[in-house]
Design a protein around this ligand. Structure first.
Ligand SMILES: Cc1cc2nc3c(=O)[nH]c(=O)nc-3n(C[C@H](O)[C@H](O)[C@H](O)COP(=O)(O)OP(=O)(O)OC[C@H]3O[C@@H](n4cnc5c(N)ncnc54)[C@H](O)[C@@H]3O)c2cc1C
Ligand SMILES: NC(=O)c1ccc[n+]([C@@H]2O[C@H](COP(=O)([O-])OP(=O)(O)OC[C@H]3O[C@@H](n4cnc5c(N)ncnc54)[C@H](O)[C@@H]3O)[C@@H](O)[C@H]2O)c1
Length: 440
């Protein structure tokens, strides 16, 4: 019988961060993984997509300066971009597992599932622990419609040997908008079909509209109110047929309609852990309704965004919880920045609308210096500030939004109001130094 202090299921950013933190406390830790060590982010998610996105950003940063005298056409070679992505990602699983082993964390490869006596089975072998932590993440959802065998997922996109000439994305969320921009910049004819109105869920309509218009300018077409009903393979390509019988033909179709938690194979019924279709239910201590089983990351049913740094934050909380024998306050999430990457980035953090008209104001930073310096095609930013000059939140649209949102993140979460900010000297001219305009 193998007995541990902790068994973690899933070696993604959440599971790995927790394994290292618990090992540092001297605990006996086992981590199980059934696919690629490192999980979604470095193998199928954030990292490979942003390695590819670096070329898209460079292409458009240069294109924006054409009217300023920068000439020459930059083009992206799909195969070379893919090779660069692979050079990064292919090394991840073995280096991740080796890193865990070097730290003294035991690893086991296989799909983990609970048995009725409460132990965990991996590959037919029984493993026991005082506490189990589920960090099993999520996977792409494939629409359940006739012809869905023709659908590809974001995982498949990252391994396409040839870029399809006509590529259609179903859904207009984070995955669709980012991958569509990579494919479009690399030369595919890209369409996004969205089943409702043309919006980006979670973002203010005026910002979403500006972002979508920019993508349209770059050549991506959008079709709204298109609910896919079935797919058919024909001589001219894969035909996507909507409920109202509209037809779109493509050479590749990506299902980017959200992600589903990896919970079915865990046999959670055997140990009484409650779930919903959105994930595992936990209390404020990230504990399931079985007191020895905890869960973190994308596998949770939670209102916080499902992002790599959020999984890491939950792992660090749980490590503190275990060190202090559960005698700590429940998890309190800070304001969390979210960014849709691309030629321009759409970002937000904290409060994005005025809630108290008397004491709050919205500052429009549209004409700041950096935008002019780099010829940013979009320069829209609303910062919400209260009467104590505290920054409450912001929505941003710019090629540099991912950096600016993190500077605001510091101000919001470390309570640095505009007066304190004004008393610092920032390197000039930079994105940070532009924030002085907020004070006027
Ligand atoms: C295309 C794409 C782009 C993204 N871009 C970003 C980004 O730019 N920034 C950002 O912050 N986030 C991004 N994300 C989200 C980010 O990847 C996830 O939030 C993050 O990986 C979640 O970490 P996790 O540890 O909770 O789960 P995961 O990384 O999903 O890891 C869970 C692991 O558990 C394993 N597992 C599941 N079930 C079992 C089982 N029964 N037994 C053993 N092992 C099991 C899985 O194989 C997996 O390796 C992106 C996601 C995608 C798909
Ligand atoms: N930059 C980043 O941080 C980043 C990038 C990619 C993914 N992610 C993470 O991954 C998560 C999942 O991303 P996603 O884009 O897969 O999901 P999402 O929830 O962001 O978007 C899903 C899209 O699918 C559409 N949809 C839902 N049901 C549909 C149906 N039946 N038919 C047609 N369309 C339908 C929705 O309207 C929406 O546009 C994100 O929420 C985020 O947490 C983050």
């Amino acid at each position: 019988m193998e007995k541990y202090d902790y068994i973690i299921v899933g070696a993604g950013p959440g599971g790995n961060a927790l394994a290292y933190a618990l090992k540092e406390q001297g605990a006996a830790v086992l981590i199980a993984e059934r696919d690629k060590w490192g999980g979604t982010c470095p193998n199928y998610g954030c990292d490979p997509t942003k390695i590819m996105m670096a070329l898209v950003e460079a292409k458009y940063r240069a294109a924006n300066l054409v009217s300023a005298g920068l000439h020459g056409n930059l083009s992206i070679d799909w195969q070379e971009m893919l090779a660069r992505k692979r050079a990064y990602s292919d090394a991840i699983p073995s280096s991740t597992e080796q890193g865990l082993k070097n730290a003294g964390i035991e690893t086991v490869y296989g799909s983990a599932s609970f048995q009725t006596d409460g132990h965990l089975d991996v590959g037919g072998k029984a493993y026991f622990a005082d506490n189990y932590i589920l960090a099993t993440g999520a996977r792409p959802r494939v629409l359940d419609i006739p012809g869905n065998e023709y659908l590809l997922t974001s995982n498949d996109f990252l391994e396409l040997e040839e870029l399809p000439k006509r590529l259609v994305f179903l859904g207009s969320g984070y995955v669709s908008l980012e991958l569509a921009q990579i494919a479009n910049a690399a030369g595919s004819e890209v369409s996004i079909l969205t089943h409702g109105a043309l919006k980006i869920r979670g973002f203010a309509d005026d910002f979403a509209t500006s972002y979508i218009k920019q993508l349209q300018k770059e050549g991506i077409t959008f079709t709204d109110n298109f609910s896919p009903e079935r797919l058919e393979q024909t001589e001219s390509g894969i035909v996507i047929i909507s409920e109202d019988n509209r037809k779109v033909t493509a050479d590749g179709v990506i299902s980017a309609v959200g992600r589903i938690p990896n919970i079915e194979d865990l046999n959670l019924e055997a140990v009484g852990v409650k779930t919903t279709p959105k994930g595992i239910l936990v209390n404020e201590f990230l504990q399931t309704n079985n007191p020895n089983i905890y869960a973190i990351g994308d596998a949770l049913d939670k209102k916080q965004p499902k992002l790599t740094p959020v999984s890491g934050f939950e792992a660090r909380y749980l490590a503190r919880y275990f060190t202090q024998d559960g005698q700590i306050e429940g998890i309190q999430y800070p304001a969390i920045p979210t960014v849709i990457f691309g030629s321009s980035k759409l970002a937000q953090i904290g409060q994005t609308q005025i809630l108290d008209k008397e004491n709050e104001k919205k500052i429009d930073m549209t004409d700041w210096y950096t935008y002019k310096r780099i010829a940013d095609p979009l320069s829209k930013i609303n910062v919400i500030v209260n009467d104590k000059n505290e920054i409450l939140g912001a929505t941003l649209l710019s090629t540099v939004a991912e950096e600016l949102v993190n500077i605001l993140n510091f101000c919001i979460n470390q309570a640095i109001n505009l007066d304190k900010f004004q008393n610092m000297v920032m390197a000039y001219p930079t994105i940070a130094s532009d924030l002085f305009y907020l004070y006027d």
